[in-house]
Design a protein around this ligand. Structure first.
Ligand SMILES: *Cc1c(COP(=O)(O)O)cnc(C)c1O
Length: 387
């Protein structure tokens, strides 16, 4: 059975070009980039080339890139690092109610340590309440962390507007761009951010590697102590094969973002239209246009998302309910709750996230299988359609 993968916001397949770029760095060029001999120099050259590639894709300078173990670490490092260094000026942080757990739980930890965090609400389509954000800014506000695009419903937030709003006020702006890189243009100067998190495995790179963009002149304190790697901000011997693969994945994003994003958006719109025409009692979650080109998050009334996921999985189609991050914790999605979705819609929600390798044929097959599964479950559902 040929399987269909529609869970690209959870993780992606490593691109063959990425894999090939990494292989020599496991055994031929295995050096430690800090060593002075030729083995070390090979690694150091790869590290510096990779830094240039990652920087070029987001419009940054190479020295503004700090390699990390991924999105979670970048978020922790940005938020804690900026909060600790600025705590003598103020202890107020602004974030949002729909952030990824890597941001949300970091903020909660800082609250335990004496910081105060305001969580800005979103409207029914998942867009940030800008007036609320503006009214929340205080004299002692030191940091704002708002995600660029949401991992569950794909809504894209007005980061540029936020940066314009706070310009010159001495507040550090961080954005989690883990989901937006590779799907929509991400340029640190266009967005006007001071810090930006990226993860390699969400863009067809290897797992366990990522980066934090840190604008020249913005200071943070390291949250891990050790040697002097990554300007002393992220000590530890560099993961050279991972970093090389991540950089290759970023280079591919730079080269084919336009094409990839156009194709994904075409498939996304086709899928939404087809589901709406074939399956009654559905609802698209998130914003109609201000959403990632690869995100289809829909609720199917009178069915359980988990049952739907299982039926599709048996047919070889991989999707997610709500968010992959919360699927193990069995909690109701905080994002779907935040957009005011009723319990019946939340329980019947599925997230399809497309990738550059998906085809129209796969989408059509999926919608057919989905229609079958929804009808089957609705027949068994205790709730009649005429309820
Ligand atoms: C996946 C994800 C993360 C975590 O990245 P990892 O590299 O898996 O640690 C953070 N934020 C968002 C929005 C994500 O989708």
């Amino acid at each position: 059975m040929k399987r269909i993968y529609l869970d690209h916001s959870a993780t992606t397949r490593v691109d063959t070009r990425v894999l090939e770029s990494m292989l020599p760095y496991f055994n031929e060029m295995f050096g430690n980039a800090s060593s002075l001999h030729s083995f070390g120099q090979e690694a150091a050259v790869a590290l510096s080339f990779s830094r240039e590639q990652v920087a070029a894709t987001i419009g940054a300078e190479p020295q503004e890139i700090i390699f990390t173990s991924g999105g979670t670490e970048s978020d922790n490092m940005a938020i804690k690092g900026a909060a600790y260094i600025s705590s003598s000026r103020g202890k107020h942080i602004i974030s949002s109610v729909i952030e990824h757990p890597a941001v949300l739980h970091t903020c909660r930890q800082l609250e335990k340590e004496g910081f105060e965090v305001t969580y800005v609400p979103v409207d029914n389509e998942g867009i940030l309440d800008m007036q609320f954000l503006e009214d929340s800014i205080r004299e002692d506000t030191i940091l704002i962390s708002i995600m660029h695009a949401n991992n569950e419903i794909g809504t894209v937030q007005p980061i540029k507007e936020i940066s314009e709003l706070i310009r010159g006020r001495g507040i550090i702006l961080h954005t989690d761009a883990v989901q937006s890189v590779g799907k929509i243009p991400v340029d640190v100067n266009e967005l006007g951010v001071d810090m930006l998190s990226i993860s390699s495995h969400k863009i067809h790179g290897p797992k366990g590697v990522g980066a934090l963009y840190l604008r020249n002149g913005v200071n943070i304190v390291p949250i891990v102590q050790g040697g002097g790697h990554e300007r002393g901000l992220r000590p530890g011997t560099e993961n050279i094969p991972g970093i090389v693969g991540f950089a290759k994945a970023m280079t591919i994003v730079r080269e084919q973002l336009e094409t990839d994003s156009r194709n994904m958006q075409y498939l996304r719109d086709h899928m939404i239209k087809k589901i709406r025409s074939k399956i009654p009692y559905t609802k698209l979650n998130g914003h109609e246009n201000k959403r990632l080109p690869n995100n289809v998050n829909m609720s199917f009334r009178y069915v359980e998302g988990e049952s739907l996921l299982m039926l599709l999985d048996m047919k070889g189609v991989a999707v997610s309910t709500g968010s992959a991050c919360s699927s193990k914790s069995q909690k109701v999605s905080h994002v779907l709750t935040s957009i005011g979705l009723g319990a019946d819609y939340i329980h019947g929600s599925l997230r399809f996230t497309l990738g550059r390798e998906n085809t129209m044929k796969e989408i059509d097959l999926t919608v057919g299988l989905l229609e079958e599964a929804v009808m089957k479950l609705r027949l068994m559902s205790p709730f009649g359609e005429e309820e």
